[in-house]
Design a protein around this ligand. Structure first.
Ligand code: MTE
Length: 328
């Protein structure tokens, strides 16, 4: 991104930090959600929610393991503490530690996502409706940030395609635009001119329909913490992290490529596609390697970045015949 945050040191929680209280609270949250009917019918196979560990302080969000091809990497999962404290959410500040410190002001309830544009069934979906739309799945995805670091995060949600099918896109819909909340009263970052608010992202309709494109509501078996984009965000694992737009309030189906926030800020640095690609350097740095958060230290070796972040088998076909250097 244009502004690089300070790097912070990382510590990892030990098994001894998992307290009986966290365990107890986890069950209580789960019962509450089930009593409310929100999670009725959801499979309860989730290791994070069902096992002994509840890593954070959010309500539990159980999910079944995903059957989507490529959705469950076996790589070591990043510590929750890191995933929830080293964030990019410029609406709450540009330092990596700002969102965790500032996002407590974000009001996530009530929350409504408006679906509009070139669809046969436009409408407003509140969070309860969205949570019930399709069974929650756990997906363990690599997330590669354009800045050169990556994490492995267990997300909870379902394929965005489930929502798209309900609203029935018209034949003329070619792209989908996603808009983040922009509320000056609760988002101190909006006072800065670093981006043209609201934060807008976009996908081609076939990318949005790809089963790996996740509409995310939780991580590590719990609902999303605010700094990670509560209550609903996108996770597009083969693209640079900035495509994974947080705290979505609007989804618009359009004919033309949307003007995305980072593309407007620096078109030569942040293209519309932004597929992870070790062979296409950012104008100011190489994209060939990455630092896995949690593997810090003086002698930690950088990892080689993989084409499409390692999801080539699943998504490569979407870009057949396209010049990936031109369409960066
Ligand atoms: N969404 C909004 N609305 N605002 C942002 O600043 N940052 C993006 C993306 N989504 C951002 C956003 C970037 S650059 C990254 S790397 C990911 O969120 C980080 O997600 P995480 O904090 O959950 O790891």
């Amino acid at each position: 991104m244009l502004i690089r945050g300070r790097d912070t040191g990382f510590t990892h929680p030990h098994a001894s930090e998992i307290t009986p209280r966290a365990l107890y609270e986890g069950r209580r949250d789960l019962l509450k959600l089930m009593a409310g009917g929100v999670l009725a019918g959801g499979a309860l196979g989730n290791t994070w929610a069902q096992g002994t560990a509840r890593p954070g302080k959010e309500a539990a969000l159980p999910a079944g393991k995903s059957a989507v091809a490529g959705a469950m990497t076996m790589e070591k999962v990043t510590a929750y503490k890191d995933a929830a404290s080293y964030n990019n959410f410029y609406e709450f500040g540009t330092d990596k530690s700002d969102p965790a410190r500032n996002a407590h002001t974000l009001k996530t309830s009530p929350w409504v996502v408006e679906v509009e544009g070139l669809v046969k069934k436009p409408g407003k979906f509140d969070l309860e409706q969205l949570l019930k739309l399709s069974p929650m799945e756990e997906r363990i995805y690599r997330l590669r940030c354009v800045e050169g670091w990556s994490m492995v995060i267990p997300w909870e949600g379902y394929s965005l395609s489930e929502l798209i099918k309900r609203v029935e896109p018209q034949g003329s819909a070619k792209y989908v635009e996603f808009v983040t909340l922009a509320d000056k009263a609760t988002m101190p970052g909006l006072r800065s001119g670093v981006l043209d608010w609201p934060y807008v992202e976009g996908l081609r309709l076939d990318e949005a329909m790809h089963p790996l494109t996740l509409l995310g509501f939780g991580m590590y078996g719990e609902v999303l913490p605010r700094q990670n984009g509560a209550p609903v965000r996108l996770v597009v694992p083969w693209k640079y992290g900035f495509k994974s737009v947080k705290s979505i309030v609007k989804i618009r189906f359009v004919e033309k490529e949307p003007h995305t926030a980072w593309n407007k800020a620096a078109a030569n640095e942040y293209g519309f596609y932004s597929n992870v690609n070790p062979d296409v350097d950012h104008p100011r740095w190489s994209q060939a390697t990455e630092r896995r958060i949690g593997e810090d230290g003086l002698f930690a070796k950088k990892r080689k970045t993989l084409l499409f972040n390692g999801y080539e088998a699943q998504v490569g076909q979407l870009y057949a015949g396209m010049d990936l250097k031109q369409n960066y």
